[in-house]
Design a protein around this ligand. Structure first.
Ligand code: AMP
Ligand code: MG
Length: 337
C-alpha cells in the first residue's frame, strides 16, 4: 500500500479514494497534522481511535468545508454564526449541540459535537473532493507530542504508519482554540491561536475559563475531555520555569543538573555563560517572536526528545495571546501524576 503522498492532483485523488473506502489518512492542517477519516462512518472513526490508542471518552473534532456541512452535523446558534463569520476558515473549534446524523463514537456519546473549518488549502481541497465532513484529531498516539511535519507521523507510527500527505511544515504549529457554546455561558475548553479576548469581543461577553480536570480515566467521561492536565508528553521529563529569568538563575546556581540536559530557550542564548555544565541548547525562534515559537514548539520538543536527554528544561512565555496557548501545552507536557 502506498503510504507517502504529495499534494499533486493525482496524489490527492488517490487519497480521496482511500478516505471514501473508509480508511484513515494523515493530512496537513494549518494547526498540526490531523488523522482524517469520514466523520459519519463509524467504522472509519473506530480506526482513528485504534490507531491513536485514544480513549473512547475523548471525542473528535469534525472538519467541515462550509456552513452547509456545519448544519449537517450540528445546530449553530447566532453566537456560533458570528464566530464562524469572524474566524472561519481558521483555527477555531466550536462545541455545539449535535445532530443525529453524527455517530455516537465521534462524540463519545455526548450530545454535543466539536466542529471547525480548517484554512489549509490541501485539507480544504480534500474536503471538497470527498464532499463530506472529516473527523481529524491530531495524528499522534494519544497523549504524545503533536505532529507539525509529515515525518513526525512516520516517527510516531513507524513503518506501518497510516498514509500521509506531505504538505510541508504546518503554519501555526499548535492546535485550534476550542470554545464550548453548548450552554448559556461560552467556555474556553482549550486555549489556542485565536485569542480569548478576540472571541469575547465578537460575543460581547466574558468567557468562562474552566480549570484543568486531572488525568484521563478510561472508564469515566471527564467533565470536559479537552481539559486534561496531562497531554503532549515527550518521553524525557520536561521541567518548566515561570520565565526566562528563573531558568537562567536555575542554570547558574543549581549544582546538580545532569550532563546532556537539554535547555530549550525562546531565542538564541549566549551559551558561553554556562561553560562547564555539559548542557545542550536549542531555541524556539531567532527573535523570541511568540507566533514563531508556537510554530516551532512541537518540532523542537520532538527533536530534543530523540536524544533521550535525562531532562528537558523550558521557560513559559509571557501569558498573553498565543503565548498563553503555548504555556498550556508546556504545562500539560510537563505534568506529573
Ligand atoms: P484533538 O485530539 O487534538 O483534535 O483535540 C480535540 C479536542 O476537542 C479534545 O481536547 C477533545 O476533548 C475536545 N472535544 C471534542 N469534542 C468535544 C465535545 N463534544 N465536548 C467537549 N470537548 C470536545
Ligand atoms: Mg491531540
Amino acid at each position: 500500500m502506498q503510504r507517502d503522498f504529495g499534494v499533486s492532483p493525482e496524489d490527492l485523488s488517490c487519497v480521496v479514494k482511500i478516505l471514501l473506502s473508509g480508511q484513515i489518512v494523515a493530512l496537513p492542517t494549518e494547526t498540526v497534522y490531523g488523522l482524517a477519516c469520514l466523520a459519519l462512518d463509524e467504522f472509519a472513526v473506530a480506526k482513528v481511535y485504534k490507531a491513536k490508542q485514544r480513549p473512547a471518552n475523548d471525542p473528535l473534532i469534525i472538519h467541515v468545508s462550509d456552513l452547509r456541512e456545519t448544519k449537517l452535523v450540528c445546530r449553530p446558534d447566532q453566537r456560533a454564526i458570528s464566530l464562524i463569520e469572524a474566524f472561519w476558515p481558521g483555527p477555531l473549534t466550536l462545541v455545539l449541540p449535535k445532530n443525529r446524523i453524527v455517530p455516537p463514537i465521534v462524540t463519545s456519546g455526548l450530545s454535543t459535537v466539536a466542529v471547525r473549518s480548517p484554512a489549509h488549502p490541501v485539507f480544504r481541497k480534500v474536503l471538497n473532493l470527498v464532499n463530506a465532513p472529516l473527523a481529524a484529531p491530531s495524528a499522534n498516539p494519544f497523549g504524545k507530542v503533536s505532529p507539525t511535519k509529515a515525518e513526525h507521523i512516520k516517527q510516531s507510527f513507524g513503518d506501518e504508519h497510516p498514509p500521509v500527505v506531505n504538505g510541508g511544515p504546518t503554519q501555526i504549529g499548535i492546535e485550534s482554540t476550542v470554545v464550548d457554546l453548548s450552554s448559556k455561558r461560552a467556555r474556553i475548553l482549550r486555549p489556542g491561536p485565536i485569542d480569548v479576548d478576540a472571541i469575547s469581543a465578537i460575543l460581547g461577553e466574558e468567557l468562562e475559563i474552566p480549570k484543568v480536570n486531572g488525568t484521563c480515566d478510561k472508564f469515566k467521561t471527564p467533565l470536559s475531555p479537552g481539559l486534561l492536565a496531562k497531554h503532549y508528553q515527550p518521553e524525557s521529563p520536561l521541567q518548566i520555569f515561570s520565565n526566562n529569568e528563573d531558568l537562567m538563575a536555575y542554570l547558574k546556581s543549581e549544582p546538580s543538573i545532569p550532563a546532556a540536559t537539554y535547555v530549550i530557550t525562546h531565542s538564541p542564548l549566549n551559551e558561553i555563560c554556562f561553560p562547564s555544565k555539559g548542557l545542550k541548547f536549542m531555541h524556539l525562534s531567532e527573535t523570541g517572536n511568540p507566533a514563531e515559537i508556537a510554530k516551532n514548539f512541537f518540532a523542537i520538543l520532538r527533536e530534543v526528545d530523540t536524544h533521550s536527554p535525562p531532562r528537558i528544561l523550558c521557560p513559559l512565555l509571557p501569558d498573553t495571546g498565543i503565548g498563553s496557548a503555548v504555556n498550556d501545552r508546556l504545562r500539560k507536557a510537563s505534568y506529573k501524576d
